[in-house]
Design a protein around this ligand. Structure first.
Ligand code: SF4
Length: 377
C-alpha cells in the first residue's frame, strides 16, 4: 500500500528542463556548493525552491513525546538516553486517548501533521497494538501521522504502513565517517536498513541530521550526499541545530554559526529541491532573522508548539507573529505543499531567464554549474 499522496512529486527533470533531481552527487561537488559566496548559494537555493514550492508557504507539524527517556541508545546529544543523567523525568508509553487529545489540540492550533516520538531502540512487540491505535486515531481526526520509534524490522514497517502511517522519521544525524563519535550503540548501516524498510513499505521518509555535533563542513556535505543519493529522496529532510542539554556529552559543544546553519539548509534544498526541508530542533535559540534566512534558503516546514519532544521550541504565538512579519502562509492553510509550482509561475526565475539573453549579463549560475561539473569529473 502507498501513503504517498501528500508527498511532493519528485521529478527526474522538469518539463522546461530547468531542474533535474539528481541522485549522483559527489562529495567534492557538495563541498563546492558549501563554499560558494553566501548570496550565490541562497539565490541558487531559492530558485530551486521556487521551481517546486510556493515560497511563501510553510508546513506546520506538532511533535509529541509518547514515551520519554530511558532509551538504551547512547546518542551523545540526547537527554533521553539512559546513558546520561540529565534529570529528565521518564514516562512510560502514553495512553492512546491522551495522545489523541493532544492531537486534537494540535489540529486546533493549525498543525496539519501530528508527529509522535518514542525513546526506544526498537518498538517493543507488546506496544505495537497501542501504536497502531494511535495512528488510526490521528488519521481519523483528519491529520497526517508521523512517528519516530527507533529502528524497525521489515514486519514492523509493513504493520505501520498498513495502519496508515504517512511518515516515518529516522535521522542519519551526520556523515558515516563522523557517526561513531556520536553514537556507538548502533551503526550507520542499521539506520539505512530501517530507512529502506520504511521506503519499501510505502511510507514517506523523513530523514535528516543535526548541525553542531562537532562535525566539520565535509561531514555536513557527507550526510547530505547520503540522503540525496538514496534511490528516492526523503520527502521530508529535517535539519536540526544542536540543542545543548546539561548532562549530555555535548552540553558544552561549540555554538553553531547561524550563517553556517543556513548554508546547510540551502545546500540540502539545492540537492533535494522537491523535498520539504524542515527547520527543526534549535529554533528556540535562533533569531527571527536566522529563521527568515532559513526560509529564504528553502526551509518550508517547522514544528509548532512550546516543546520538541523534551526540549523547548518557540511559542506558537511567536511563530504566528514571525509568519505575519514575513507574509508566510497568508490566506493559506498550514499544510504541506503537494503541488509542484510550475517554473513559469516564478517571477524571479522568469526575470533571471530574460536577463540571460542580455550580452552583458554575468551568469553566476552557469559558472557555478561549470565548477560543479569539474568537481564531478
Ligand atoms: S536520539 Fe532517539 S535513539 Fe538516540 S538516545 Fe535519544 S531517543 Fe534514543
Amino acid at each position: 500500500m502507498s501513503n504517498t499522496s501528500s508527498a511532493p512529486a519528485e521529478n527526474s527533470s522538469s518539463s522546461s528542463g530547468h531542474s533535474v533531481v539528481r541522485h549522483d552527487w559527489t562529495l567534492s561537488e557538495v563541498e563546492a556548493l558549501f563554499q560558494q559566496p553566501f548570496n550565490d548559494l541562497i539565490f541558487q537555493a531559492q530558485l530551486a525552491h521556487r521551481e517546486h514550492f510556493d515560497p511563501n508557504q510553510v508546513q506546520v507539524s506538532t511533535l509529541l513525546s509518547i514515551k520519554t527517556g530511558a532509551c538504551p541508545e547512547d546518542c551523545k546529544y540526547c537527554p533521553q538516553s539512559g546513558h546520561y543523567n540529565t534529570g529528565l523525568e521518564k514516562e512510560k508509553l502514553m495512553e492512546v486517548q491522551k495522545v489523541l487529545e493532544e492531537a486534537r489540540s494540535a489540529k486546533a492550533s493549525g498543525a496539519t501533521r501530528f508527529c509522535m516520538g518514542a525513546a526506544w531502540k526498537n518498538p517493543p512487540a507488546r506496544d505495537m497494538p497501542y501504536i497502531i491505535e494511535m495512528i488510526k486515531g490521528v488519521k481519523a481526526l483528519g491529520l497526517e501521522s508521523c512517528m519516530t520509534l527507533g529502528m524497525l524490522s521489515e514486519e514492523q514497517a509493513t504493520e505501520l504502513a498498513g495502519a496508515g502511517l504517512d511518515y516515518y522519521n529516522h535521522n542519519l544525524d551526520t556523515s558515516p565517517e563522523f557517526y561513531g563519535n556520536i553514537i556507538t550503540t548502533r551503526t550507520y548501516a542499521d539506520r539505512l536498513k530501517t530507512l529502506a524498510f520504511v521506503r519499501e513499505a510505502g511510507m514517506n521518509v523523513c530523514s535528516g541530521g543535526i548541525v553542531g555535533l562537532g562535525e566539520n563542513e565535509r561531514d555536513r556535505a557527507g550526510m547530505l550526499v547520503q540522503l540525496a543519493n538514496m534511490p528516492k529522496h526523503p520527502e521530508s529532510v529535517p535539519i536540526n541545530m544542536l540543542v545543548k542539554v546539561a548532562g549530555t556529552p555535548l552540553a558544552d559543544a561549540e555554538a553553531v554559526d547561524g550563517i553556517d546553519f543556513v548554508r546547510t539548509i540551502a545546500v540540502a534544498k539545492i540537492m533535494m529541491p522537491a523535498s520539504n526541508v524542515r527547520l527543526s530542533a534549535g529554533r528556540e535559540q535562533m533569531s527571527d532573522e536566522i529563521q527568515a534566512l532559513a526560509f529564504l534558503a528553502g526551509a518550508n516546514s517547522i514544528f509548532l508548539g512550546d516543546k520538541l519532544l523534551t526540549t523547548a521550541n518557540p511559542e506558537a504565538n511567536k511563530d504566528r507573529q514571525l509568519f505575519a512579519r514575513l507574509g508566510i502562509n497568508k490566506g493559506h492553510d498550514w499544510g504541506e505543499q503537494s503541488a509542484v509550482q510550475p517554473p513559469e509561475q516564478c517571477p524571479i526565475k522568469a526575470m533571471y531567464d530574460a536577463e540571460k539573453s542580455n550580452d552583458h549579463y554575468y551568469d553566476a549560475m552557469a559558472s557555478q554549474s561549470d565548477r560543479n561539473m569539474a568537481g564531478h569529473g
